[in-house]
Design a protein around this ligand. Structure first.
Ligand code: NAP
Length: 324
Protein backbone atom coordinates (compact mmCIF):
# COMPACT_ATOMS: atom_id res chain seq x y z
CA UNK A 1 0.00 0.00 0.00
CA UNK A 2 1.04 3.61 -0.36
CA UNK A 3 1.97 5.45 2.83
CA UNK A 4 3.86 8.53 3.94
CA UNK A 5 6.99 7.54 5.85
CA UNK A 6 8.64 10.00 8.22
CA UNK A 7 12.32 9.35 7.48
CA UNK A 8 13.71 11.51 10.31
CA UNK A 9 12.90 14.75 12.13
CA UNK A 10 13.15 17.99 10.13
CA UNK A 11 11.33 19.98 7.45
CA UNK A 12 8.35 18.76 5.39
CA UNK A 13 10.79 16.92 3.07
CA UNK A 14 11.23 14.17 5.69
CA UNK A 15 7.69 13.00 4.76
CA UNK A 16 8.28 10.64 1.83
CA UNK A 17 5.70 8.58 -0.15
CA UNK A 18 6.65 4.87 -0.10
CA UNK A 19 5.18 1.43 -0.75
CA UNK A 20 4.99 -0.42 2.60
CA UNK A 21 3.42 -3.75 3.63
CA UNK A 22 -0.33 -3.51 4.28
CA UNK A 23 -1.21 -3.96 7.99
CA UNK A 24 -3.46 -6.84 9.17
CA UNK A 25 -5.76 -6.49 12.19
CA UNK A 26 -4.50 -8.17 15.37
CA UNK A 27 -6.82 -9.28 18.18
CA UNK A 28 -9.08 -6.38 19.18
CA UNK A 29 -8.21 -4.30 16.09
CA UNK A 30 -10.08 -3.12 13.01
CA UNK A 31 -8.62 -2.50 9.55
CA UNK A 32 -9.77 0.76 7.92
CA UNK A 33 -9.63 1.73 4.26
CA UNK A 34 -8.67 5.39 4.65
CA UNK A 35 -10.65 8.07 2.79
CA UNK A 36 -9.45 11.24 4.55
CA UNK A 37 -6.48 12.17 6.73
CA UNK A 38 -6.49 15.53 8.57
CA UNK A 39 -3.17 17.40 8.64
CA UNK A 40 -2.88 18.73 12.18
CA UNK A 41 -0.79 21.62 13.50
CA UNK A 42 0.65 19.46 16.35
CA UNK A 43 1.83 16.96 13.69
CA UNK A 44 4.03 19.65 12.13
CA UNK A 45 5.62 20.17 15.55
CA UNK A 46 6.16 16.43 15.97
CA UNK A 47 7.71 16.14 12.49
CA UNK A 48 10.09 19.02 13.19
CA UNK A 49 11.32 17.37 16.39
CA UNK A 50 9.68 19.73 18.91
CA UNK A 51 8.07 16.71 20.62
CA UNK A 52 9.34 13.12 20.95
CA UNK A 53 7.82 10.53 18.55
CA UNK A 54 5.96 7.51 19.98
CA UNK A 55 8.11 5.33 17.64
CA UNK A 56 11.52 6.17 16.11
CA UNK A 57 11.71 6.99 12.34
CA UNK A 58 11.43 5.55 9.77
CA UNK A 59 7.74 5.17 10.60
CA UNK A 60 4.40 5.72 8.84
CA UNK A 61 3.37 9.19 10.02
CA UNK A 62 0.06 10.53 11.36
CA UNK A 63 -2.43 10.76 14.23
CA UNK A 64 -5.90 10.41 12.76
CA UNK A 65 -7.82 9.07 9.77
CA UNK A 66 -11.39 8.59 8.60
CA UNK A 67 -12.68 5.77 6.41
CA UNK A 68 -14.51 2.45 6.36
CA UNK A 69 -13.85 -0.69 8.46
CA UNK A 70 -13.11 -3.49 5.96
CA UNK A 71 -11.76 -6.24 8.26
CA UNK A 72 -11.87 -7.06 11.98
CA UNK A 73 -9.49 -8.94 14.25
CA UNK A 74 -10.42 -11.66 16.76
CA UNK A 75 -12.62 -10.45 19.59
CA UNK A 76 -14.15 -7.52 17.68
CA UNK A 77 -17.94 -7.44 17.28
CA UNK A 78 -18.97 -8.14 13.68
CA UNK A 79 -21.16 -5.01 13.51
CA UNK A 80 -17.94 -2.97 13.17
CA UNK A 81 -17.60 -4.26 9.59
CA UNK A 82 -18.62 -1.65 7.01
CA UNK A 83 -18.89 1.18 9.58
CA UNK A 84 -17.63 4.63 8.61
CA UNK A 85 -15.37 5.79 11.43
CA UNK A 86 -12.79 8.27 12.59
CA UNK A 87 -9.77 6.55 14.09
CA UNK A 88 -7.10 7.68 16.52
CA UNK A 89 -3.76 5.99 15.78
CA UNK A 90 -2.02 6.98 19.04
CA UNK A 91 0.80 8.87 17.34
CA UNK A 92 1.71 7.18 14.05
CA UNK A 93 0.31 5.24 11.10
CA UNK A 94 -2.58 7.31 9.68
CA UNK A 95 -0.96 8.79 6.52
CA UNK A 96 -1.69 5.58 4.59
CA UNK A 97 -4.20 3.76 2.39
CA UNK A 98 -4.93 1.26 5.18
CA UNK A 99 -4.65 1.62 8.92
CA UNK A 100 -5.14 -0.81 11.83
CA UNK A 101 -6.31 0.57 15.17
CA UNK A 102 -7.78 -0.74 18.39
CA UNK A 103 -11.55 -1.09 17.92
CA UNK A 104 -12.02 0.96 21.12
CA UNK A 105 -10.38 4.01 19.52
CA UNK A 106 -12.83 4.46 16.63
CA UNK A 107 -15.77 6.87 16.61
CA UNK A 108 -18.67 6.29 14.17
CA UNK A 109 -19.29 9.04 11.60
CA UNK A 110 -22.96 10.12 11.60
CA UNK A 111 -25.00 9.65 8.42
CA UNK A 112 -24.82 12.72 6.19
CA UNK A 113 -21.34 13.75 7.38
CA UNK A 114 -18.52 13.10 4.87
CA UNK A 115 -15.30 11.35 5.89
CA UNK A 116 -13.38 14.54 5.02
CA UNK A 117 -15.57 16.78 7.20
CA UNK A 118 -15.43 14.27 10.07
CA UNK A 119 -11.64 14.01 9.80
CA UNK A 120 -11.27 17.80 9.65
CA UNK A 121 -13.47 18.51 12.65
CA UNK A 122 -12.74 15.73 15.09
CA UNK A 123 -9.42 16.76 16.69
CA UNK A 124 -9.95 20.53 16.99
CA UNK A 125 -13.64 20.22 17.82
CA UNK A 126 -13.26 17.58 20.53
CA UNK A 127 -10.48 19.56 22.22
CA UNK A 128 -12.71 22.67 22.15
CA UNK A 129 -15.61 20.75 23.73
CA UNK A 130 -13.34 19.39 26.48
CA UNK A 131 -12.01 22.92 27.17
CA UNK A 132 -15.53 24.40 27.35
CA UNK A 133 -16.60 21.62 29.70
CA UNK A 134 -13.55 22.24 31.92
CA UNK A 135 -14.21 26.01 31.90
CA UNK A 136 -17.62 25.59 33.61
CA UNK A 137 -18.91 28.95 32.35
CA UNK A 138 -21.66 30.62 34.38
CA UNK A 139 -23.69 32.33 31.63
CA UNK A 140 -22.47 35.85 32.41
CA UNK A 141 -18.74 35.53 31.79
CA UNK A 142 -16.34 36.97 29.21
CA UNK A 143 -13.93 34.56 27.50
CA UNK A 144 -10.75 35.23 25.52
CA UNK A 145 -9.97 32.70 22.78
CA UNK A 146 -6.36 32.89 21.56
CA UNK A 147 -5.62 32.07 17.89
CA UNK A 148 -9.37 32.00 17.28
CA UNK A 149 -9.49 31.98 13.46
CA UNK A 150 -8.39 28.37 12.99
CA UNK A 151 -8.21 24.94 14.63
CA UNK A 152 -9.29 24.54 18.26
CA UNK A 153 -9.82 28.30 18.61
CA UNK A 154 -12.34 28.39 15.76
CA UNK A 155 -14.51 25.81 17.54
CA UNK A 156 -14.16 27.59 20.89
CA UNK A 157 -15.55 30.77 19.31
CA UNK A 158 -18.43 28.96 17.63
CA UNK A 159 -19.46 26.98 20.73
CA UNK A 160 -18.65 29.34 23.61
CA UNK A 161 -22.12 30.93 23.90
CA UNK A 162 -23.83 27.51 23.90
CA UNK A 163 -21.59 26.64 26.87
CA UNK A 164 -22.41 29.80 28.83
CA UNK A 165 -20.18 32.64 27.60
CA UNK A 166 -21.84 36.07 27.53
CA UNK A 167 -19.06 37.78 25.56
CA UNK A 168 -16.40 36.26 23.31
CA UNK A 169 -13.10 38.02 22.66
CA UNK A 170 -10.52 36.45 20.39
CA UNK A 171 -7.02 36.98 19.05
CA UNK A 172 -5.84 36.34 15.50
CA UNK A 173 -2.85 37.13 13.29
CA UNK A 174 -3.63 39.93 10.81
CA UNK A 175 -6.73 41.33 9.07
CA UNK A 176 -7.80 38.17 7.17
CA UNK A 177 -7.66 35.96 10.25
CA UNK A 178 -9.34 38.67 12.36
CA UNK A 179 -12.20 38.88 9.84
CA UNK A 180 -12.56 35.11 10.04
CA UNK A 181 -12.71 35.13 13.84
CA UNK A 182 -15.47 37.77 13.71
CA UNK A 183 -17.42 35.73 11.12
CA UNK A 184 -17.22 32.73 13.48
CA UNK A 185 -18.83 34.79 16.24
CA UNK A 186 -16.19 36.76 18.15
CA UNK A 187 -17.48 40.08 19.52
CA UNK A 188 -14.03 41.68 19.32
CA UNK A 189 -10.72 40.50 17.87
CA UNK A 190 -7.24 41.61 18.93
CA UNK A 191 -4.31 41.15 16.54
CA UNK A 192 -1.81 38.94 18.42
CA UNK A 193 1.14 39.71 16.12
CA UNK A 194 2.51 42.79 17.98
CA UNK A 195 4.55 41.66 21.03
CA UNK A 196 2.51 43.93 23.35
CA UNK A 197 -0.93 42.78 22.14
CA UNK A 198 -2.03 42.04 25.70
CA UNK A 199 -2.10 45.83 26.34
CA UNK A 200 -5.10 46.02 23.94
CA UNK A 201 -7.28 43.44 25.69
CA UNK A 202 -8.81 45.72 28.35
CA UNK A 203 -11.27 48.40 27.18
CA UNK A 204 -14.08 50.27 28.94
CA UNK A 205 -16.58 47.73 27.59
CA UNK A 206 -14.38 44.73 28.47
CA UNK A 207 -13.47 45.38 32.08
CA UNK A 208 -12.05 41.94 32.97
CA UNK A 209 -11.67 38.51 31.39
CA UNK A 210 -13.14 35.54 33.24
CA UNK A 211 -11.69 32.71 31.14
CA UNK A 212 -8.57 32.66 28.96
CA UNK A 213 -8.25 29.71 26.57
CA UNK A 214 -4.46 29.90 26.24
CA UNK A 215 -2.90 28.30 23.17
CA UNK A 216 -0.07 30.81 22.72
CA UNK A 217 1.75 30.32 26.04
CA UNK A 218 4.98 32.30 26.50
CA UNK A 219 5.11 35.82 27.98
CA UNK A 220 1.55 36.77 26.93
CA UNK A 221 0.09 34.21 29.35
CA UNK A 222 1.67 35.96 32.33
CA UNK A 223 0.79 39.43 30.98
CA UNK A 224 -2.88 38.45 30.61
CA UNK A 225 -3.26 37.69 34.33
CA UNK A 226 -3.55 41.45 34.97
CA UNK A 227 -6.66 41.56 32.75
CA UNK A 228 -8.48 38.70 34.54
CA UNK A 229 -11.35 38.82 37.04
CA UNK A 230 -9.98 38.72 40.62
CA UNK A 231 -11.19 35.72 42.62
CA UNK A 232 -12.76 33.76 39.76
CA UNK A 233 -10.52 34.21 36.69
CA UNK A 234 -9.47 30.88 35.14
CA UNK A 235 -6.78 30.28 32.52
CA UNK A 236 -6.90 26.97 30.64
CA UNK A 237 -3.51 26.34 29.08
CA UNK A 238 -3.55 23.83 26.21
CA UNK A 239 -0.80 24.86 23.76
CA UNK A 240 2.32 26.94 23.22
CA UNK A 241 2.16 28.32 19.71
CA UNK A 242 4.59 31.09 20.72
CA UNK A 243 7.30 28.42 21.07
CA UNK A 244 7.36 28.24 24.88
CA UNK A 245 4.80 27.13 27.48
CA UNK A 246 3.09 29.60 29.81
CA UNK A 247 5.59 30.41 32.56
CA UNK A 248 3.02 31.32 35.19
CA UNK A 249 4.01 30.79 38.84
CA UNK A 250 1.97 30.55 42.03
CA UNK A 251 3.31 34.01 42.90
CA UNK A 252 1.65 35.34 39.73
CA UNK A 253 -1.71 33.69 40.52
CA UNK A 254 -2.10 34.15 44.27
CA UNK A 255 -2.54 37.98 44.46
CA UNK A 256 -5.57 37.89 42.12
CA UNK A 257 -6.97 34.57 43.37
CA UNK A 258 -6.67 33.18 39.84
CA UNK A 259 -6.35 29.56 38.71
CA UNK A 260 -4.41 27.96 35.88
CA UNK A 261 -5.35 24.50 34.59
CA UNK A 262 -2.93 22.50 32.45
CA UNK A 263 -4.90 20.72 29.73
CA UNK A 264 -2.71 17.81 28.69
CA UNK A 265 -1.70 14.32 29.83
CA UNK A 266 -3.55 10.96 29.77
CA UNK A 267 -6.61 12.01 31.82
CA UNK A 268 -7.05 15.11 29.62
CA UNK A 269 -6.76 13.08 26.42
CA UNK A 270 -9.42 10.65 27.70
CA UNK A 271 -11.68 13.64 28.30
CA UNK A 272 -11.03 14.83 24.73
CA UNK A 273 -11.73 11.34 23.35
CA UNK A 274 -15.10 11.29 25.14
CA UNK A 275 -16.07 14.46 23.21
CA UNK A 276 -15.56 12.98 19.73
CA UNK A 277 -19.10 11.69 19.22
CA UNK A 278 -20.55 15.02 20.37
CA UNK A 279 -18.47 17.08 17.95
CA UNK A 280 -19.20 14.79 14.97
CA UNK A 281 -22.94 15.20 15.71
CA UNK A 282 -22.48 18.99 15.57
CA UNK A 283 -20.55 19.10 12.25
CA UNK A 284 -23.60 20.01 10.10
CA UNK A 285 -24.34 23.10 12.20
CA UNK A 286 -20.75 24.43 12.33
CA UNK A 287 -18.61 26.25 9.73
CA UNK A 288 -17.38 23.90 6.93
CA UNK A 289 -14.12 22.49 8.34
CA UNK A 290 -12.23 21.58 5.12
CA UNK A 291 -10.13 24.13 3.21
CA UNK A 292 -8.33 21.96 0.65
CA UNK A 293 -8.00 18.27 -0.25
CA UNK A 294 -4.68 17.00 -1.61
CA UNK A 295 -3.55 13.52 -2.74
CA UNK A 296 -1.78 11.55 0.00
CA UNK A 297 1.59 11.73 -1.78
CA UNK A 298 1.53 15.54 -1.32
CA UNK A 299 1.84 15.25 2.47
CA UNK A 300 5.00 17.40 2.50
CA UNK A 301 3.19 20.17 0.57
CA UNK A 302 0.29 19.90 3.03
CA UNK A 303 2.68 20.45 5.97
CA UNK A 304 4.16 23.48 4.19
CA UNK A 305 0.66 24.90 3.81
CA UNK A 306 -0.18 24.40 7.50
CA UNK A 307 3.13 25.98 8.53
CA UNK A 308 2.46 28.98 6.25
CA UNK A 309 -0.42 29.92 8.63
CA UNK A 310 -2.48 30.89 5.55
CA UNK A 311 -5.25 28.22 5.56
CA UNK A 312 -8.43 29.03 7.45
CA UNK A 313 -9.71 25.43 7.41
CA UNK A 314 -8.13 21.97 7.59
CA UNK A 315 -5.97 20.45 4.85
CA UNK A 316 -7.13 16.90 4.09
CA UNK A 317 -5.02 14.18 2.45
CA UNK A 318 -6.86 11.68 0.26
CA UNK A 319 -5.28 8.26 -0.45
CA UNK A 320 -5.90 6.45 -3.72
CA UNK A 321 -6.93 7.72 -7.16
CA UNK A 322 -8.74 11.05 -7.45
CA UNK A 323 -12.56 10.67 -7.44
CA UNK A 324 -14.16 11.04 -10.93
N1 NAP B 1 -3.79 20.01 24.72
C1 NAP B 1 -4.46 19.48 23.71
O1 NAP B 1 -5.28 18.58 23.88
C2 NAP B 1 -4.22 20.00 22.31
C3 NAP B 1 -4.86 19.39 21.22
C4 NAP B 1 -4.70 19.94 19.94
C5 NAP B 1 -3.86 21.06 19.78
N2 NAP B 1 -3.20 21.55 20.88
C6 NAP B 1 -2.34 22.71 20.76
O2 NAP B 1 -3.17 23.83 20.53
C7 NAP B 1 -2.49 24.77 19.72
C8 NAP B 1 -3.37 25.09 18.51
O3 NAP B 1 -3.49 23.92 17.73
P1 NAP B 1 -4.51 23.89 16.49
O4 NAP B 1 -4.48 22.51 15.97
O5 NAP B 1 -5.79 24.48 16.90
O6 NAP B 1 -3.74 24.88 15.48
P2 NAP B 1 -4.31 25.69 14.24
O7 NAP B 1 -5.23 26.73 14.72
O8 NAP B 1 -4.83 24.75 13.22
O9 NAP B 1 -2.96 26.35 13.66
C9 NAP B 1 -2.17 27.19 14.43
C10 NAP B 1 -2.64 28.66 14.39
O10 NAP B 1 -1.99 29.33 15.44
C11 NAP B 1 -1.74 30.66 15.10
N3 NAP B 1 -0.41 31.07 15.61
C12 NAP B 1 -0.20 32.02 16.49
N4 NAP B 1 1.10 32.12 16.77
C13 NAP B 1 1.73 31.20 16.03
C14 NAP B 1 3.08 30.83 15.87
N5 NAP B 1 4.06 31.45 16.55
N6 NAP B 1 3.37 29.83 15.02
C15 NAP B 1 2.40 29.19 14.34
N7 NAP B 1 1.09 29.49 14.45
C16 NAP B 1 0.76 30.50 15.30
C17 NAP B 1 -1.84 30.76 13.56
O11 NAP B 1 -2.90 31.64 13.33
P3 NAP B 1 -2.64 33.21 13.06
O12 NAP B 1 -2.21 33.30 11.62
O13 NAP B 1 -3.97 33.80 13.34
O14 NAP B 1 -1.56 33.67 13.98
C18 NAP B 1 -2.22 29.35 13.11
O15 NAP B 1 -3.33 29.39 12.21
C19 NAP B 1 -1.16 24.16 19.35
O16 NAP B 1 -0.17 24.63 20.25
C20 NAP B 1 -1.39 22.68 19.56
O17 NAP B 1 -0.20 21.98 19.84
C21 NAP B 1 -3.38 21.07 22.12
Amino acid sequence: MQAIVMTGTGGPEVLVPREVPAPRPATGEVLIRVEAVPVLYPETQLRSGAFPMAAPPPVVFGFQAAGKVIEIGDGVASDHLGRRVVADTAGFGSYAELVCVNAQSVTPIPDGVSAADAAAAVMSGSVALALLDAAALTGTETVLVEAGATGVGSYLIQLAREFGAARVLATAGGPEKSRRARELGADRVIDHRPAQWTDDVRTDSDPTIDIVFDSLGGPSATALLATMTPGTGRMLSYGWLSGEPARVTAADLIPGGLTLTGCSGPAWHERVARSRTAILDRVPSLAPPVETTLPLERAAAAHELVESRVPLGKIILRPGPAPR
